[in-house]
Ligand binder design. Structure first.
Ligand code: FAD
Length: 417
């Protein structure tokens, strides 16, 4: 984690628990080490307000996700979490505590957003809020053809009238409990009947996961009409639509149940060699053919996410680097191991991740790693591409002795820039 260095436990900071809502200006000031789940509970239960953009799992710190981007099914509309922040308090590598925003110390503000912890420690963030709905209609619709799946996903993320949340998943065409048909239904009284699938289909299938917000006092028939109107435009497989209703809070905390079950069976605290990538739309068909339907045709023993996002919703002044196309896909291989994994099992997973990355490079795909992990400066330079000089300049300005996050091997400690 930090060889011969220090790990700062953000939970130990006295004002970390601070979650101050400003109702008039619709924002919340939160400590950098606060967990998004706590922000949600406080804002919704006390004020009926909530941040606009989330991650799928909320036991992550505010400072931690803002140092990457923070992405989930709302990002197509509101951008990543970094796009909903208007002010930060940061302790830089120079040891200065600085308040920054779009208009005040803006260089530092944009450096730190998506800055991988390289420029400063986020000790407070001001996050925009909006009214929280009471409930959500949570829907999954299945596809056998990747083209139909991407067509519909892109239609939904570019339409004015659309769902509040759009994500996509890949699953294996088999009865495997974790990666196959049984992983699709949303509750135990629904079942996936594979005999109703078209005859000629590939090794993997896809589903869109969609959510529409509503309030308790809304007329149910109006909600149903809206759902039918939006789904009516889509080309998913007949008989393969699953839906349920949930409180907004329970929907956002949905991964807690996965965590609870995984902790119970001992597979939460085992290694998770995850791979997250952002891939330009122009290469996503080839990626599907070569990687999803081939290298990963047996799944990854955990969820595979793939859904489109819009580049224009990301601020290109932040430190995040993205592929070129306006539409690009997040691809996440969220691997789980067995309870007591052998070293060979983990090595195999890591090797398969490397194979996927190498395949993308070999085929000239336009992609970036999300949560990048590289071993050498050469690889980091390639990752940042034409943003490398800007990243180095930012380091020179805010952490010239390279004391922050040296374990990422972007800069060498004690090397005066
Ligand atoms: C189970 C799980 C599910 C996830 N799901 C999603 C998802 O849906 N969407 C998504 O976008 N991401 C997701 N992530 C990834 C997540 O955004 C990153 O791992 C993020 O770094 C987590 O924050 P943390 O608080 O756990 O950071 P830590 O693991 O504690 O820190 C990671 C690094 O981030 C930097 N950092 C952390 N805190 C600060 C700070 N206050 N100031 C400056 N730098 C800091 C440091 O460099 C640190 O080394 C998930 C991660 C996990 C473990």
């Amino acid at each position: 984690m930090a060889h011969l260095g220090l790990i700062i436990d953000m939970k130990s900071m006295a004002d970390n628990k601070k979650i101050d809502v400003n109702v008039n200006y619709m924002y919340v000031d939160v400590g950098g080490g606060a967990l998004w789940g706590d922000v949600l509970k406080h804002c919704v239960s006390e004020y009926g307000l909530a941040p606009k953009s989330w991650t799928d799992y909320l036991d992550l710190t505010v400072g931690g996700t803002l140092s990457n981007a923070g992405v989930s099914g709302q990002a197509f509309r509101f951008g990543p979490q970094t796009s909903s922040v208007t002010e930060l308090e940061v302790v830089t590598g120079n040891g200065e505590k600085i308040v920054c925003s779009n208009s005040q110390n803006s260089q530092l503000f944009f450096s730190v957003l998506g800055g991988l912890g390289q420029f400063g420690i986020i000790t407070r963030a001001r996050v925009l809020l909006q009214p929280a709905p009471d409930m959500v209609r949570w829907i999954r619709v299945v596809y056998s053809e990747f083209n139909d799946f991407t067509h519909d996903a892109e239609l939904l993320i570019t339409s004015q009238e659309t769902f509040n949340y759009v994500e996509g998943f890949v699953f294996v065409n088999s009865d495997d409990l974790v990666t196959g048909w049984p992983s699709v239904p949303l509750n135990s009284n629904q079942s996936f009947d594979p005999t109703l699938l078209p005859k000629k289909i590939g090794p993997v299938l896809y589903y869109l996961e969609l959510v529409l917000h509503y309030n308790n006092h809304d007329d149910p028939s109006t909600l149903n009409m809206m759902v039918e109107k939006l789904l009516g435009k889509l080309k998913y497989l007949e008989h393969f639509r699953f839906e349920t209703n949930l409180t907004y809070m329970n929907f956002l905390l949905r991964v807690d149940h996965v965590e609870e079950a995984a902790r119970g069976s001992g597979i939460w605290a085992t290694p998770h060699p995850w791979l997250n990538m952002l891939i330009s739309k122009k290469d996503i068909d080839a990626f599907n053919r070569i990687v999803l339907q081939n290298i990963l045709k047996s799944g990854v023993n955990g969820p595979i996410l793939t859904y489109p996002l819009l580049r224009s919703k990301w601020d290109n002044r932040s430190s995040v680097v993205l592929p070129q196309d306006e539409i690009f896909y997040l691809v996440a291989l969220l691997r789980f191991t067995h309870t007591h994994p052998k070293e060979s099992e983990i090595k195999q997973m890591v090797a398969q991740n490397q194979e996927v990355v190498q395949t993308c490079i070999k085929n000239g795909f336009d992609f970036k790693l999300y949560f990048p992990h590289y071993e050498s400066t050469v690889e980091w330079k390639r990752h940042f591409g034409d943003q490398w000089e800007r990243f180095v300049d930012r380091k020179r300005q805010f952490d010239p002795k390279a004391i922050l996050a040296p374990g990422q091997k972007i800069f060498t400690r004690n090397h005066i820039l």
